[in-house]
Design a protein around this ligand. Structure first.
Ligand SMILES: [Zn+2]
Length: 331
């Protein structure tokens, strides 16, 4: 048995013991959380060799029709329907391919896929294959935004370190982000890729006017952040979360710190931030924190750049804090 890193049902989805009262038509009813255990094993059937090769050998298999020679990846047919059901043979294809359509990006995934977002989902024709494989796509250059994974972009298959024999054992990144050796290596693992040094957008030189816009925006951000700290709902949105964020904009930079004390601004340069946020205009972040449009939208629209893809979660939390403060004002 080869196991993954977690449980089939993540711990946080398991409800607490306890009960509650629901009132319907003036009568009280007692409701309690309970569970039904329905785990099951599922075979990959004829696709077993494909998943075993991915999991144990870091190889990508397809099947080739002995009559027409068409190579299908994944090898989902043992007999070719175009050739009177002639048999097909398994063969290995290369791990570099071309996106055959521009990949849509999922930013707001369901809870099941939240931990992988943002991710692109695209169809890749690998060298040696005639059909496209559906696969998740990422970038090493920071947050995944439109324009990185287009129709015709050459991509490389990357293997997860912990593989259990699922399609999510692999994903693709653009070959332009890798060295030649990495592109040529078969079975390249995620740990061999540099995720830590994406290219930061340049902040333009600030005029005196830019600097005063920056100072004014920072002043407003400071007062919003203080308001967030006084707000119980907003505090709950970041419960248990710790991040040191370096914020850079035209006119200056500061540290946005989230920890058990809440959220705060420190006017200093962080030597080892968890991630970096860059925007030419600090008012983009200000508007988000003030609940005038979401910060997540600014990230997607490329008005605000973040250095690490998974930190979209932190951006999401900042939006929720802004919403919590706005809702409290309404109450
Ligand atoms: Zn055929």
């Amino acid at each position: 048995m080869k196991t993954g890193t977690g449980k089939v049902i993540p711990y946080e989805y398991i409800p607490d013991e306890g009960s509650e009262i629901e009132t319907v038509d003036g009568r009280q009813y007692l409701i309690a959380n309970d569970a039904m255990y329905t785990f099951f094993k599922r075979t990959k059937g004829e696709l077993s060799p494909f998943f075993l090769a991915l999991r144990d050998e870091k190889r990508l298999l397809g099947c080739k029709c002995v009559e027409c020679g068409l190579v299908r990846v994944p090898p989902f047919l043992t007999h070719c329907p175009d050739c009177n059901f002639a048999s097909t043979k398994l063969l290995e294809v290369e791990q570099v391919g071309i996106l055959n359509s521009t990949a849509p990006i999922t930013y707001f995934a369901t809870s099941l896929f939240q931990h992988m977002a943002p991710y692109g989902r695209g169809r890749v024709i690998f060298r040696g294959a005639d059909t496209a494989l559906s696969v998740n796509l990422y970038t090493t250059t920071g947050i995944l935004v439109p324009g990185i994974l287009n129709k015709g972009t050459e991509v490389k298959l990357i293997f997860r370190t912990n593989r259990i024999g699922e399609m999510t054992d692999v994903f693709c990144v653009p070959t332009s982000e890798l060295s030649r050796d990495q592109v040529e290596k078969r079975g390249l693992e995620e740990s061999e890729i540099d995720w830590e040094s994406p290219v930061e957008p340049n902040v333009l030189d600030a005029s005196a006017e830019d600097t005063s816009v920056y100072r004014e925006a920072l002043k407003e951000i400071k007062s919003i952040v203080e308001e967030m700290n006084r707000n119980d709902r907003a505090r709950k949105d970041i419960a248990g979360w710790r991040r040191d964020i370096a914020v850079k904009a035209r006119g200056g930079q500061f540290a946005l710190i989230i920890d058990e004390r809440g959220i705060r601004i420190e006017e200093k340069e962080l030597s080892a931030p968890d991630f970096i946020m860059v925007s030419q205009d600090l008012r983009v972040l200000l508007d988000g924190l003030a609940y005038r449009g979401a910060i997540t939208d600014s990230v997607i629209n490329k008005r605000l750049w973040i250095s690490k893809n998974p930190e979209f979660t932190t951006i999401f939390k900042l939006d929720r804090m802004a919403r919590s403060v706005a809702r409290s004002k309404k109450d």
